[in-house]
Ligand binder design. Structure first.
Ligand SMILES: O=C(O)CCC(=O)C(=O)O
Length: 298
């Protein structure tokens, strides 16, 4: 892909006031060439290296569990989630297994390259801090590596539904394409401007997702981004990615930052803050509580 995506400007040092304004109005900002081709290649190679290391260290990952974490001292919190379509096959090599992974998490502190991306990269943190208007703290990292053919959908959601950060405007996600992300292989889709609406009630369906009756997807915009480009987006922006039925990989890094002045709050406080129009707590945790209560498990 030559273009960074339709209408997507290449990153230039210092964000223009127009781009900051676009972020405020639309709830997201896509920029091209945030990572250089060499950084993209290093990110992909490092993810592969970490995955191989962790699978070789943790037999349970070879046994084909769908969710795993490891307690090994050099990779304490590293986390792997396989695609729902994955079925364990004893003949699988680690390279085969890597093509079944949906998500890797908590790897930034496992490798100096990722540490430098989130702390000293010349673009990522400066753009985040310009958009937040203050110093940023990293609080979550993941790689969403939607594999060919079986890469599954991530349904509509607001990232704040997963968090407990106050105020609600203090979170920002950075989603970085490591492969060209297109409609066919499952690029981001967003509802521009709907970050200004309000929290929307979530429930546990395919995943933790927005209650469909709360969604108006008439104005959906697919954000196709060439490898190395990134989307910066508000924690209140409804977004989703479709399945990857194509033969191409669609790897992405995703980092979440919060404003240094923000607070991680209790469940109770968040249930008063992240509420739907009628005052109902709208987060994923609130949805779990409702589900358990309906099943008589509370
Ligand atoms: O990259 C994807 O497929 C989904 C990313 C996303 O929206 C998320 O994990 O919150």
């Amino acid at each position: 892909m030559q273009m960074t995506g339709p209408g997507i400007p290449a990153h230039a040092p210092g964000l223009s006031p127009e781009l900051v304004e676009r972020y405020r109005n639309e709830g997201y900002l896509a920029l091209g060439q945030v990572l250089t081709p060499a950084e993209v290649a290093e990110a992909k190679a490092t993810l592969t290296e970490l995955f191989h290391k962790i699978v070789n260290n943790d037999a349970s990952l070879k046994e084909g569990k769908f969710w795993n974490s490891t307690e090994s001292p050099d990779a304490r919190r590293f986390f792997v989630q396989y695609e729902p379509g994955y079925r364990f096959d004893a003949r699988s090599t680690v390279a085969d297994l890597e093509l079944k992974v949906r998500k890797l998490m908590w790897f930034t502190d496992q490798h100096p390259f990722f540490d430098s991306l989130v702390n000293s990269h010349p673009v990522i943190r400066p753009v985040v801090e310009t958009l937040l208007g203050e110093q940023a703290l990293l609080f979550q990292d993941m790689a969403l590596v939607k594999p060919p053919f079986i890469g599954s959908e991530k349904p509509w959601h607001q990232d704040n539904a997963y968090f407990e950060v106050a105020p609600l405007t203090a979170t920002i996600g950075v989603w970085i394409a490591l492969d060209d992300a297109t409609v066919e292989n499952g690029c981001m889709h967003v509802l521009p401007g709907q970050h200004n609406l309000r929290p929307l009630a979530h429930y546990h369906g395919v995943d933790c997702q927005i209650v469909e009756s709360n969604l108006d997807t008439g104005q959906v915009v697919p954000v196709e981004i060439a490898s190395g480009g990134a989307m910066f987006f508000s924690g209140l922006l409804p977004h989703q990615t479709p399945p990857n039925a194509s033969p191409l990989r669609r790897r992405a890094l995703q980092f979440h930052f919060r404003a240094a002045s923000s607070r991680i709050v209790s469940n109770e406080e968040y249930d008063r803050l992240f509420v739907d129009r009628d005052g109902t707590p709208a987060s994923c945790k609130a949805a779990s509580t409702r589900r358990k209560s309906a099943a008589g498990k509370l």
